[in-house]
Ligand binder design. Structure first.
Ligand code: 6R9
Length: 661
C-alpha cells in the first residue's frame, strides 16, 4: 500500500476486480453514472424504457406516471400484463422450458428440481383449482405455508388469475393470522397440513382452524390443504379441501387474466410505529419491473447463475427475490425449507457446495449466528466446504456490522466476491440503495449509492437537504414504479405514514435515519427513527408487543417495550412490565416472565418474544404522564443514565427496572 497517498475516506474500501467489472451488466462506475444521469434528465422516460425492456405487455402502456392524485401515484396504468405469464410462459416461449427454475431442498436434505415447464403446469392447475372455487380477479387469498415449491406455486397461481395474495409467515400465531385474514377479507386460505423445520413437525392447518375459530373471518369460504408430512389434521367439510383432490381434475393450462399494471398483485402485512400491522399494497406492473430489474443489476444475474435467497416467502424479500424477480429473468434458484443450523451449522455452506450456488443472498443475523457457530464447532466452519462456485454475496434486512461483513467477505466469498448490502423495505418493493457489483467500491457498513432512478436523499426535519457527513432523515424525492400503492383499506394511514405533512407531502419517508459519506456520498443507514424494532431482520412495532402484553389482563397492568443492541440479533426486545399483583422476585419473577413470553408467542408469534422482561411497581413517566422511553432505552442497555429523572414519582423503580428476567 502506498502510504504517501492514504485514501481520503473509506480506508477499507474494496474495488471490484477487473474481471467483475468487465463481465457485469452495469460495467464500471461510468455506466452507473450514465444511468443516473439518464433518470435525472427524464425520470419517466427512463422508467418507461426499462418497463418496455423487462416486461412483456399484453397491451402497451401509453402513459407512464400519473401524479394527479398524489401521493397515490400510478405507473403504466393503461398497460396490461400478467405477472405469472412474465415469469413462466414467456421463458418457455424463449426456449427455457427444460431449464431448472427451482432447486428445492427439503429440511431432511431431499432435493427436487422443477423445470419452467413443470412449474407452469403446477401453477396452471392450482390457478384452475382456485377458479373452480369461484375465486375471481381482485379476490384476496391468504397463503399460510412454509418454504416450499407449493408456496411459490400458490403465489404465482394467484397472480395468474388476478387474485391478490397475502402471504402470512408460517411462524405467526393464530391470532396474528386471524387479524390478517380479517383485514384482507380473504375468500380462500391456502395452507399445508404441517411444516417441517429443523427435524420438527409444526402445525399449519391447525393454526388456520384456530384463527378462523377466533371469529371475524366469515369471508373465508374454503381452506385448501397441501399434504407435506401426512400428519393427522382436523378437517371440516365442506369448507376444507385437499389440494391433491382438486388438482387431479384440473386442466394443465390456464389462460392468464390480463390486468392493468396498477392491479394489486399482493398485500403484505408489516409493522409500523403505531397500531396494528399495515397491509402494504403492491401493484403488478411497477413491482414486477423492479423485481426483475434489481435482480439483474444488483445481483448481476446471468442465465447460467444459480441464485439462492435464504429469506422466507412470508417476508417481502421472499416475494421479490424468490417468487417473482428470479423467475421473471428465467433464472435458476434454490428454495430451502429448513433452518441454517440443522442438521448442523454447516448447512448453508453444504448447500452452496452441493448446488453450485453462484449468487447468495442472506441476512446479517444469519451470518452473525453462523460466525459464532463456526467458532464453537469446527466442523461447521465454512473452510470445510468448497465455496468456489460463489461469485456475488448479498445482505439484507438490517445494517451489516463491519466485522460480520469482513467475515462474510473472507470466509464465504474467499475475498473475491463483492458483497451487495441492499437497503430496502416492504414498502419499496425492491432494492433502493445498494452497490452494483461491477460499478461501486464497497465499504463495509455502507449500502453505497441509490439504485439508478431512485431519488434517495438525506434531509433535516424541515425537509431541507443536509450536507454530506451530517446525519438526517432518509427520504425518496420522486415516486418510483415499485413503491407501495396504499395501506389496504386505510388510505389516510398511507398518507400520514409515508407522505407526512412534515415535508408538505412531497417526499416518501422511509422511517430510517441515514448519513452520507462526506467525500463519496455513500449512504450508511443509521436505523429506524420511529418505534419500529428490527430483531433478526424482522420488523416489529413496539406498540404491537405492548398491546399484546396488556391484553394479558390477568397479569399485566401496564407495559412498555423498547429495543436494545444485541450482538446476534441486531436488536433485542426488552419489555418493562407493571403487574397487577405485588412485585415478584427470584424464581417467581422468572416464572411470570416465562408465562408472558408464551403469551406473546400465542398472540403474535415466537419471533416477538422479549429477550428481557423487567418488572417494576411503576413505569418512569413525565409529569404529563408519558412513558420516558429514552430513559427505558438506556436502562435496557445497562447504561447509567445522565438523563433528568427529577420528574419521577418513585426513583426507586429505576433500580427495579435494572433486573432482567
Ligand atoms: C427488505 C426488508 C425494512 C427495514 C428498513 C431498515 C432495515 C433493511 C437494510 C436495513 C440497513 C440494510 N433494513 N435492509 N438497514 N441496511 N441493508 O428488510 O424489509 O422487513 O420491511 O424492513 O429494515 O430499517 O426500514 P422490511
Amino acid at each position: 500500500m502506498d502510504l504517501a497517498t492514504p485514501p481520503v475516506t473509506s480506508p477499507s474500501a474494496y474495488s471490484p476486480s477487473k474481471e467483475t467489472v468487465r463481465n457485469a451488466h452495469i460495467s464500471g462506475r461510468a455506466a452507473y453514472d450514465r444511468l443516473v444521469a439518464e433518470a435525472e434528465a427524464d425520470h419517466e422516460a427512463y422508467w418507461a424504457r426499462l418497463a418496455r425492456e423487462f416486461i412483456t405487455w399484453k397491451t402497451p402502456f401509453t402513459k407512464v406516471l400519473d401524479e394527479r392524485n398524489a401521493p397515490f401515484f400510478k405507473w403504466f396504468e393503461d398497460g396490461t400484463l400478467n405477472a405469472s405469464y412474465n415469469c413462466l410462459d414467456r421463458n418457455i416461449e424463449r426456449g427455457l422450458g427444460q431449464k431448472t427454475a427451482l432447486i428445492f431442498e427439503a429440511d431432511d436434505g431431499a432435493v427436487t428440481h422443477v423445470t419452467y415447464e413443470e412449474l407452469l403446469e403446477r401453477v396452471c392447475r392450482t390457478a384452475n383449482a382456485l377458479r373452480s372455487l369461484g375465486v375471481q380477479k381482485g379476490d384476496r387469498v391468504v397463503i399460510y405455508m412454509s418454504m416450499s415449491v407449493d408456496g411459490v406455486v400458490a403465489m404465482q397461481a394467484c397472480a395468474r388469475i388476478g387474485a391478490i395474495h397475502s402471504v402470512v409467515f408460517g411462524g405467526f400465531s393464530s391470532q396474528a393470522l386471524r387479524d390478517r385474514i380479517a383485514d384482507t377479507g380473504a375468500v380462500v386460505v391456502l395452507t399445508a397440513d404441517q411444516q417441517v423445520r429443523g427435524g420438527k413437525h409444526l402445525p399449519l392447518k391447525a393454526v388456520v382452524d384456530d384463527a378462523l375459530a377466533l371469529g371475524g373471518c366469515e369471508s373465508v369460504r374454503n381452506v385448501l390443504v397441501t399434504r407435506r408430512t401426512g400428519g393427522a389434521v382436523p378437517f371440516t367439510a365442506p369448507r376444507d379441501l385437499w389440494m391433491a383432490d382438486l388438482l387431479a381434475v384440473q386442466p394443465t393450462t390456464c389462460e392468464p387474466e390480463w390486468v392493468s399494471a396498477e392491479h394489486p398483485l399482493f398485500l403484505l402485512y408489516t409493522s409500523g410505529s403505531t397500531g396494528k400491522p399495515k397491509g402494504v399494497q403492491h401493484s403488478t406492473g411497477g413491482y414486477l419491473l423492479h423485481a426483475a430489474l434489481t435482480c439483474k443489476w444488483t445481483f448481476d444475474l446471468k442465465p447460467e447463475d444459480v441464485f439462492w435467497c435464504t429469506a422466507d416467502i412470508g417476508w417481502v424479500t421472499g416475494h421479490t427475490y424468490i417468487a417473482y424477480g428470479p423467475l421473471a429473468l428465467g433464472a435458476t434458484e434454490v428454495v430451502f425449507e429448513g433452518v441454517p443450523t440443522y442438521p448442523d451449522a454447516g448447512r448453508f455452506w453444504k448447500m452452496i457446495q452441493d448446488h453450485l450456488v453462484t449468487v447468495f443472498y442472506t441476512a446479517p443475523t444469519a451470518i452473525r449466528s453462523l460466525i459464532k457457530a463456526a467458532e464453537s464447532t469446527p466442523t461447521a466452519h465454512p473452510r470445510n466446504y468448497d465455496l468456489s462456485s460463489l461469485r456475488i454475496l448479498g445482505s439484507v434486512g438490517e445494517p451489516i456490522n463491519p466485522a460480520a461483513w469482513e467475515w462474510y467477505h473472507q470466509h464465504i466469498g474467499g475475498g473475491r466476491c463483492p458483497i451487495v448490502d441492499t437497503f430496502w423495505q416492504t414498502e419499496t418493493g425492491g432494492h433502493m440503495i445498494t452497490p452494483l457489483p461491477g460499478a461501486h467500491d464497497l465499504v463495509p457498513g455502507s449500502c453505497s449509492l441509490p439504485f439508478p432512478g431512485i431519488a434517495a436523499d438525506v434531509v433535516d426535519e424541515a425537509g431541507n437537504p443536509v450536507p454530506w457527513g451530517q446525519g438526517g432523515i432518509l427520504v425518496v424525492k420522486k415516486p418510483w414504479p415499485a413503491m407501495i400503492r396504499n395501506v389496504w383499506g386505510d388510505p389516510e394511514r398511507y398518507k400520514s405514514s409515508y407522505y407526512p405533512q412534515d415535508f408538505q407531502g412531497r417526499y416518501y419517508l422511509a422511517g430510517d435515519g441515514a448519513i452520507r459519506d462526506a467525500v463519496t456520498g455513500n449512504f450508511t443507514i443509521t436505523g429506524r427513527i420511529d418505534d419500529v424494532l428490527n430483531v433478526s431482520g424482522h420488523r416489529m412495532g413496539t406498540m404491537e408487543i405492548e398491546s399484546a402484553l396488556v391484553s394479558c389482563t390477568r397479569l399485566v397492568a401496564e407495559a412498555a417495550v423498547v429495543g436494545r443492541p444485541d450482538d446476534t440479533t441486531g436488536e433485542a426486545i426488552c419489555a418493562f412490565v407493571v403487574l397487577k399483583g405485588t412485585l415478584p422476585a427470584g424464581p417467581d419473577a422468572a416464572a411470570i416472565a416465562g408465562e408472558l413470553r408464551s403469551w406473546i408467542a400465542r398472540e403474535i408469534g415466537p419471533i416477538a418474544k422479549p429477550k428481557d422482561i423487567r418488572f417494576a411497581e411503576n413505569l418512569p413517566k413525565t409529569r404529563s404522564g408519558k412513558i420516558m422511553r429514552r430513559l427505558l432505552r438506556s436502562v435496557a442497555k445497562g447504561e447509567t443514565s445522565t438523563q433528568d429523572t427529577s420528574t419521577l414519582e418513585n426513583p426507586a423503580i429505576l433500580e427495579q427496572l435494572g433486573q432482567a428476567y
